[in-house]
Design a protein around this ligand. Structure first.
Ligand code: HEC
Ligand code: HEC
Ligand code: HEC
Length: 426
């Protein structure tokens, strides 16, 4: 009896997939899966979830010039999420920054980038958010912005001035990979929301390569998002296509590794991109001419002077800290053990004028980079509890001068400032 039932169960299990997958459902599944992939390219989960919280249920605090706001619940829960959104409502929120009830969203939601997303991709993501994401009942949290600054109508004016409507149009004369890369980088990838400097109204100074400020690097939330143009020292000028591909896939290469806010981008988004899309992003980024930078002569590696000060560090306080706390991982020659342990010699982040990222990573270490489920084996430790502001300024000044890096000194005041602001944010 039991045996027969088991047999029946097995037969049913075999038969069921065929019953469930009528052509219509199969098409839906494919659409939902494509939507899930696109949502990864858009990194929706990074903002619309809190660490260890339910995916897409919102609640993550975000800093704006006026105060903190909280991301919203975009699960299909009808009461607290976006379950009642039609596809048109969803498209309008994504591309125009307007919620279903008509209120304007703050541009902390990167709709100025998502404005370029085409109808097919919006449709696929809508299918995913309605049918592929589990509903979570979690009420949205009000912003901390006080009246009258919390009024949202000025955002309508902001949109008139700064929102460029219209989906991405292929640029004639450019190949398929270039256009695909441009579409992802400018649109769903919203790379410019961190990597492009912002103007006085919090607007990105350029939304594509036609503006000279596009992806030239910017400070945001205590990190400096690197220059991604072909600039030779602080940008990607010295990176081969293979270097850039490796960084996007694994968060590290011979030049640098992902840390700070780039860690979550790597964990949730870029590593999930398929090979065609990674190649397209590489193609597009590597086509950007040099822009920004510090005007320093092109970097060339030289270890001599640094080696001497490291063998006799007595008179150099920075070399002393380096020898005691950093050298076993980043090594005497400053080349680390890339890609496992980041190099400091010639590293674009080290050569960058703005030292925020270096100070922040030394104070606070890095969140784990997780590549294909495997956390980085030797994450950068946090030194806030171990080293004084002076010691951190000294060691970073040493690193910025070392191995011919030629970058300016780091001041004690800058370290103190970041220690305070990053600890307040915890
Ligand atoms: C950089 C952070 C960030 C990313 C990435 C992001 N969002 Fe948002 N999103 C926000 C914030 C912040 C709000 C709320 C803004 C407000 O309250 O004014 C929001 C609001 C929304 C809303 C309006 C919901 C409502 O009813 O309030 C929708 C829909 C939405 N996002 C969808 C998405 C989708 C889909 C993606 C990925 C393609 C995405 N978001 C990626 C920050 C982000
Ligand atoms: C939430 C902010 C944020 C977003 C969004 C973001 N980045 Fe980054 N990115 C950073 C920060 C901060 C750094 C500097 C730290 C580091 O090197 O990892 C960085 C570094 C990088 C680097 C290494 C550059 C170097 O010289 O070390 C590359 C390449 C990069 N990002 C590509 C991208 C691409 C492509 C996108 C869009 C798909 C993107 N980033 C989106 C914050 C961001
Ligand atoms: C246990 C090994 C280890 C030690 C010790 C260590 N680091 Fe790191 N450091 C790393 C790793 C790994 C990264 C790459 C970031 C990541 O992916 O987690 C890194 C990154 C950095 C970066 C950013 C460069 C980049 O592009 O990733 C700087 C700057 C840095 N470390 C400075 C220091 C200083 C200063 C000290 C000593 C006070 C130090 N590190 C000690 C492992 C270490």
């Amino acid at each position: 009896m039991t045996k027969t039932l088991k047999g029946l169960g097995a037969a049913l299990a075999l038969a069921l997939p065929f019953v469930a997958q009528s052509p219509v459902h199969a098409a839906d599944d494919a659409l939902i899966q494509r939507g899930a992939y696109l949502a990864k390219l858009g990194d929706c989960v990074a903002c619309h979830s809190v660490p260890h919280g339910k995916p897409f249920a919102g609640g993550l605090p975000m800093n704006t010039p006026m105060g903190k706001i909280y991301t919203t619940n975009i699960t299909p829960d009808p009461d607290t999420g976006i379950g009642r959104y039609t596809e048109e409502d969803f498209a309008r929120a994504l591309r125009e920054g307007v919620a279903k009830d008509g209120h304007n969203l703050y541009p902390a939601m990167p709709y100025p980038s998502y404005a370029k997303v085409n109808d097919d991709d919006v449709k696929a993501m809508y299918a995913y958010f309605m049918s592929g994401v589990a509903p979570v009942q979690q009420t949205n949290r009000e912003s901390d912005i006080a009246w009258p600054l919390n009024m949202r109508w000025p955002l309508k004016l902001w949109n008139v001035v700064f929102l460029e409507k219209g989906i991405y149009q292929d640029k004639p004369g450019k190949d398929v990979a270039w256009n695909r890369g441009a579409y992802i980088i400018q649109g769903l990838g919203h790379c410019g929301s961190c990597h492009t400097p912002r103007g006085i109204a919090f607007q990105e100074m350029a939304l594509d390569e036609s503006g000279s400020a596009f992806l030239t690097g910017a400070a945001l939330d205590g990190w400096f998002a690197a220059n991604l143009t072909g600039e030779h020292n602080v940008g990607l000028g010295r990176w081969s296509d293979a270097d850039l591909t490796a960084f996007l896939k694994t968060g590290a290469n011979a030049h640098a590794s992902a840390f700070g806010s780039m860690t979550s981008v790597t964990n949730n988004s870029t590593q999930a991109a398929n090979d065609t899309d990674i190649a397209a992003m590489t193609r597009y980024l590597k086509s950007l001419p040099p822009a920004g930078g510090t005007g320093a002569p092109p970097y060339s590696y030289d270890a001599r002077a640094t080696k001497v000060s490291l063998t006799r560090p007595a008179n150099d306080p920075g070399a002393r800290v380096y020898a005691a706390y950093c050298m076993h991982c980043h090594s005497v020659d400053g080349r680390g053990f890339a890609p496992l342990l980041a190099p400091l010699a010639g590293n674009p982040n080290v050569l960058e004028h703005d030292a925020s990222s270096l100070i922040n990573v030394t104070l606070n270490g890095t969140g784990d980079l997780v590549i294909q489920g495997i956390p980085a084996p030797y994450p950068m430790p946090k030194y806030a509890p171990v080293l004084t502001d002076k010691q951190i300024a000294d060691v970073l000044t040493f690193i910025r001068a070392g191995w011919n890096n030629g970058a300016p000194a780091v001041s004690v005041e800058d370290v103190a400032k970041l220690r305070k602001s990053t600890q307040a944010a915890r």
